[in-house]
Design a protein around this ligand. Structure first.
Ligand code: HEM
Length: 511
């Protein structure tokens, strides 16, 4: 009798469990359908490209050339159009300065549908945080970018760049083009580790190299996840091979971060080191984090600390890598501008061996070229928000609270209404005369408003020092057989790398 009763209760339990799962699935589906209806209704005054019944626009977005596809949509649908990643995540994709101002000047929260995909990797650091905690962390970390802190970094940028250029001397002698992206990436990571995390002069170790590769993997998988609706659910994603690859790469990144934090904490235990830090007039980023206390005197939790280190480690090197690599590509494409930049930096350098802080403000033509390359090749091509309150745009159309907005920086920067002949590389657009009267939200490589990039001054300084030294050492030209293929992968990358020919300009060079 007992086994019979037992099997009866097990089968009843199984019946109830499957009923419960079915009901939960049904509720979830109903919730998603309602949400879709709400998002779609909010955007019904915005015409857009036709959508696939299941994939939305994901199929077009996943294809190579998707960035220029959006530019072609922007010609068809002025200001904005709906953009669906699958059936349930729909953004109003905007690329008009007035539209950008209406949303990005207000500081609405990040769209959790996208930024939550970051959580497993970089946790709730500055990029993802919201509300009072974001405010507290932003206030805490801003002094880490004070100009007195940034000043000595000029020498660090120069040192790391020189090591990269020495390896390029050898590669240039081989007389064939090579992909510069990886070398620039490792150099940018090296400078970041030295400036922001106080690493010594030893250069990158094996752990740093693994970290660098893990970030490539993570940005690729994140972008794929965003564009593939079947990966949006956490539970399903972690079961897929992609999800497991993501977790493995996170582990490598976290091991790297933990190591950096552990090393600094150990150094702080040493009293002399602590005294040295106390005497520094301006603390570096890691000193600030480790010394931070809230009003009640409580330290940052380990999770907060790790999230900020992970955030800065990623944001601080991958973005500048993209900026520098695409800038050098622009120089290779437009030798006349390359030549003019080189003449300018040669004149500024004069008899000195290296650049000084004051030299950076004299690099006016180079700065215009950097801005023009940011316009055509923005290192961060797209950013996302969720409206906390309704917005009405300049043409009277509006969106209710809760709507999702994607700012397509790449298409904004190629908007013909703001940028005449948008595809032409013309640094003079950024001369003081030509900049007068330009819409303040027409050029947004670092985003704008309260959630703009905290590291933009650091990034601009690094861009100037690194690119000036590159131009002094080499002449760059394109490889016509291997033009780069632009792909958004959180940052702007090239699917096939950025292959350039380099000719050494050093007096002792063989060429
Ligand atoms: C060329 C280089 C860079 C570009 C183009 C760039 C671009 C951006 C953009 C567009 C955002 C807004 C992201 C969003 O809304 O989702 C952002 C935010 C951020 N960036 Fe940068 N960035 C660069 C370099 C850096 C560097 C060097 C650091 C740190 C050392 C950094 C740290 C951050 C952080 C922490 C945020 C989040 C800020 C907040 O929400 O308060 N970035 N960056």
């Amino acid at each position: 009798m007992a086994p019979f009763l037992l099997s009866l209760s097990i089968s009843r339990l199984a019946w109830w469990a499957s009923g419960l799962i079915l009901a939960l699935g049904f509720l979830k589906l109903a919730h998603l359908l309602l949400r879709r209806q709400k998002l779609a209704r909010a955007m019904d005054r915005f015409p857009g490209p036709p959508t696939h019944w299941l994939f939305g626009h994901a199929l077009e977005i996943q294809q190579t050339g998707s960035l220029d596809k959006v530019v072609s949509w922007a010609h068809q649908f002025p200001h904005a159009h709906p953009l669906w990643f699958g059936q349930f995540i729909g953004f109003l994709n905007i690329y008009d300065p007035d539209y950008a101002k209406a949303v990005y000047s207000r500081g609405d929260p990040k769209a959790s549908d996208v930024y939550d995909f970051f959580l497993q990797w970089i946790g709730k650091g500055l990029l993802v945080l919201e509300g009072p905690k974001w405010h507290q962390h932003r206030k805490l970390l801003t002094p880490g970018f004070h100009y007195d802190v940034l000043k000595p970094y000029v020498a660090v940028f120069a040192d790391s760049t020189r090591s990269m250029l020495d390896t390029w001397e050898k590669k240039a002698r081989e007389d064939k083009s090579f992909d510069i992206f990886g070398d620039v990436g490792r150099m940018a990571l090296d400078t970041l580790m030295k400036c922001t995390f106080g690493k010594g002069d030893s250069g990158l170790g094996q752990r740093d190299h693994s970290y660098y590769l893990a970030i490539n993997e993570l940005t690729l998988l994140m972008q794929q996840r965003l564009e593939s609706f079947q990966y949006h659910n956490d539970f399903i994603y972690w079961l897929t091979p992609h999800g497991r690859r993501f977790l493995r790469a996170c582990q490598v990144a976290h091991d790297h971060t933990d190591h950096v934090i552990r090393e600094r904490k150990a150094a702080l235990k040493n009293e002399k080191e602590w005294e040295k830090i106390q005497k520094k007039r301006h603390l570096d980023f890691l000193d600030i984090l480790l010394g931070a206390r809230d009003e009640g005197g409580i330290k940052l939790s380990d999770a907060d600390l790790r999230a900020e280190v992970d955030t800065f480690m990623f944001e601080g090197h991958d973005t500048t890598t993209s900026g520098i690599a695409w800038f050098l590509y622009c120089m290779a494409l437009y030798p006349e501008h390359q030549h003019r930049c080189r003449e300018e930096v040669q004149e500024i350098l004069g008899d000195q061996d290296t650049f000084q802080w004051d030299d950076l403000s004299k690099m006016t033509y180079l700065t215009m070229c950097i801005k023009e390359s940011f316009r055509l090749y923005p290192p961060v091509p797209q950013v996302y928000r969720q409206l906390s309150k309704p917005v009405t745009f300049s043409d009277g159309r509006s969106l209710p609270a809760g709507s999702l907005v994607s700012l397509h920086i790449y298409a904004l920067h190629r908007n013909g209404a703001v940028w005449p002949d948008p595809e032409v590389f013309n640094p003079l657009r950024f001369s003081p005369e030509n900049s007068v009267g330009r819409h303040p939200f027409a050029f947004m490589p670092f985003s704008a408003g309260p959630r703009n990039c905290i590291g933009q001054q650091f990034a601009m300084n690094e861009m100037k020092v690194v690119t000036a030294l590159c131009l002094l050492r080499f002449e760059f030209s394109v490889d016509p057989l291997r033009p780069p293929i632009k792909i958004p992968q959180l940052i702007l990358r090239s699917k096939n790398g950025i292959h350039l020919h380099l000719k050494s300009l050093s007096p002792g060079s063989m060429k």
